[in-house]
Design a protein around this ligand. Structure first.
Ligand SMILES: [Zn+2]
Length: 707
């Protein structure tokens, strides 16, 4: 088992296959003892309770199902459905599989899926080529995101080439078959920095054509600085958390994974990145792209650190990137990310409304489907503007009256008028976790009660709770009562204490799993649903182990600046093993003219760009292009020095000593107590940490996480 391979599998559908295999192994043994629920993928899975059914019934009664415009807009302009339900990856596995989401269309409702979530998942089952207006086309349902083709003077201008190459190639083939007239790609535009908007670019353009300037590749300013940086420093933790937010171990099934709100899933093909050759730097910039007049609106620090909308004045067509989709988006992202700025987001939507939206006749984006007609466009833009502004303003309104991060999700409500608009429903962000995110942005994690200021770790405080509550048996009995009464949050509150205090207590783990599962069924938001169901899965099965296909992307490593790489080495270094070590090193990369001081002192590895120490222990000179080979794990630093590619003057031994205290992060760390790697038959715990023998100077991050 190579832990790097698992890291690499994390945001891909390959992880589903891994989970499936492992599940069958452990599931078969247990299925004999427990009568499994028919149709549930897990032998310990439970049906929705009467309480859950009632929650879903009430939710349905309050939702605006009479408004069917989304279904009309989603279906409008269909040119051709995609007939092959799967798209193979070049590496031999399946890159994309829509077959597994067909069950969503086969029933009008499921008692284990929130009716609103079922609705968006049906809408996301669109799978084919669509006309937006004559000259603008979208292929939808080939990935988490949509790919868009705009007719230029000489060819097709491509917006946002998905996550991976194989779905892009399939989309291009479908498009060419019906519309493309054999014309080539004449330009590519990345709307923003997230991986589902550029990862498949190598399927449609040659890098040489971009480098030579033959094909313009346009992106917002600072694009390369932000494509990778958002996901590097805490990347391993984010990858682990994706298993919760994106439900990576859950099979697509009525009691499991039912889509991701933004789209059905993330494709698992080959990812790559080509750097843009033209950046949009001004707040508003107008220029022609292959003869098409475009007005670009930079919207930094909204849905992504760098993002831009585009208006086509001659077609009255407005591209809102991912700033306006058919959902409330994330202010806070459950996989972990810096909290976004809802006020800035709202203002950029307002700017687009008054700059372009008063005359636009069609509005489209990189997820979901277009809106036609100026009234509809204005309604959506105004609603989205107010959604983010309201969340910002009213959460702070409440915070200024003493409502804390631990209460706000139970106090703040989206205004009723917005709740009745489908495009304001929480299919990616939820009002609950976003409201907490707004407080986090402005006030941080602390609710100002000193009890929570430097609290004990859960495992340290839980035993006292268990003792004071009268022991495991009493907690289990009361927890069972609460569970049976449908008070699932109260049940999790006390049973979680027992799980924290007694991680090996199977009965406690299973009762907690049962409560999480009901809470999962009740959620409208896929991230919340997946998180509850993922925790239930791991409590029941343990964290799966296994091999997964590698999809490492050298392109993404190349996108890391040397400074980012050095910063990340400081995170990978185990400071506890660096006590007493000390060195100063000069690093020079002549081909790009950069130089650094890298210093280890006080158990801390630091670097500063643009400086050189007068008397370093070591001076290492290596071209950045060669350093990339080491960052990618293709060639060790030792080998670079040995063959003269790198020149080392001074004490080379410090590199070896530093390498020895670098840690390869393992994404299989435990989240729920007691879930670490149980063997299927005995239930015994197994050791998982097989040391990775990769190059210690390899840069682990590989691609931007889709969103
Ligand atoms: Zn996206």
């Amino acid at each position: 088992m190579n832990r790097r391979e698992l890291i690499q599998s994390a945001p891909t559908a390959a992880a589903f296959a891994v989970a499936g295999d492992l599940f069958l192994e452990s599931g078969a043994a247990r299925a004999q003892q427990i009568d499994p629920l028919r149709g549930h993928f897990h032998p310990k899975g439970k049906a929705p309770s009467t309480h859950t059914l009632e929650v879903l019934r009430q939710a349905k009664a309050g939702l605006p199902f009479a408004d069917t415009r989304d279904f009309e807009e989603q279906a409008k302009g269909l040119i051709a459905s995609m007939t092959e339900m799967t798209i193979p990856a070049d590496a031999g596995h399946v890159a994309w599989d829509m077959e597994r989401f067909r069950f969503l269309d086969q029933q009008d409702e499921f008692d284990s899926i929130h009716p609103s979530l079922h609705r968006i998942s049906r809408l996301n089952n669109n799978y084919g080529l669509y006309e937006v207006i004559p000259g603008i086309y979208q292929v939808r349902g080939f990935d988490l995101s949509d790919i868009t083709f705009v007719r230029g003077k000489t060819g097709w201008i491509v917006f946002d080439p998905l996550v991976s190459a194989e779905p892009v190639r399939a989309a291009w083939a479908l498009f060419q078959k019906h519309v493309g007239q054999g014309l080539p790609v004449s330009a590519v535009i990345y709307s923003h920095t997230h991986g589902d908007h550029w990862g498949g670019v190598r399927a449609i353009v040659e890098e040489a054509d971009v480098r030579s300037g033959k094909i313009p590749l346009i992106a917002p300013f600072d694009f390369m600085d932000f494509t990778v940086s958002e996901n590097v420093y805490a990347g391993n933790a984010m990858n682990r958390r994706l298993f919760y937010q994106y439900g990576l171990l859950l099979p697509a099934a009525p009691h499991g994974y039912v889509g991701q709100g933004l789209g059905q899933a993330v494709s698992a093909g080959a990812t790559g990145l080509i750097a843009p050759n033209r950046l949009v730097t001004e707040p508003i910039e107008e220029f022609e792209v292959d003869g098409v007049r475009m007005i670009f609106q930079n919207t930094p620090n909204t849905e992504a650190p760098r993002e831009m909308n585009t208006y086509f004045p001659d077609m009255k067509a407005l591209w809102m990137a991912e700033n306006v989709i058919a959902s409330l988006h994330n202010i806070y992202t459950l996989r972990g990310a810096q909290v976004r700025d809802p006020l800035a987001w709202s203002k950029y939507i307002a700017d687009a409304l008054y700059r372009f939206g008063l005359e636009a006749e069609v509005m489209f984006a990189s997820h979901h489907w277009p809106r036609w007609g100026n009234d509809r466009i204005q309604d959506v833009l105004r609603g989205q503007r107010d959604l983010y502004a309201n969340m910002n303003n009213q959460v702070l309104h409440l915070a200024n009256q003493g409502v804390t991060i631990n209460q706000i999700h139970n106090v703040y409500e989206v205004p009723k008028g917005l709740q009745e608009k489908w495009y304001c429903r929480g299919y990616h962000g939820s009002p609950q976790h976003n409201a907490r995110g707004v407080i986090q942005r402005y006030l941080g994690f602390w609710d100002c009660n000193p009890t929570t200021l430097i609290p004990l770790s859960p495992a340290d405080s839980a035993p006292l709770y268990v003792e004071m509550m009268g022991g495991a048996a009493k907690i289990l009995a009361r927890g069972r009562d609460l569970h049976d009464a449908g008070k699932y949050l109260l049940a999790t509150e006390i049973v979680n204490k027992l799980v924290e205090a007694e991680p090996q207590n199977t009965e406690a783990a299973e009762l907690l799993a049962d409560s999480f599962e009901q809470l999962g069924y009740q959620q409208e938001n896929p991230g919340l649903r997946n998180s509850f169901l993922a925790a239930a899965y791991e409590l029941r099965t343990g964290i799966p182990q296994g091999n997964a296909a590698s999809s490492s992307s050298p392109d993404v490593i190349r996108a890391m600046s040397t400074e980012l790489f050095l910063n990340f080495l400081g995170i990978r270094m185990d400071g506890r093993k660096a006590e007493g070590m000390r060195f100063t090193m000069n690093l020079v990369t002549p081909d790009n003219g950069e130089k650094f001081i890298v210093e280890l002192d006080n158990a801390t590895l630091t670097n500063i760009k643009g400086f050189q120490a007068a008397n370093p222990d070591l001076t290492l000179t290596i071209n950045r292009a060669d350093l990339e080979q080491t960052m990618m794990g293709a060639k060790t630093l030792d080998a670079q020095i040995a063959d003269g590619t790198a020149k080392a003057v001074g004490n080379v031994g410090i590199l070896k000593r530093l390498a020895a205290i670098m840690v390869d992060f393992d994404p299989r760390f435990e989240i729920m107590p007691g879930t670490k790697a149980r063997t299927a038959d005995t239930g015994a715990f197994v050791e998982t940490g097989v040391p990775d023998k990769g190059d210690p100077y390899q840069a682990v991050p590989r691609q931007s996480i889709a969103e």
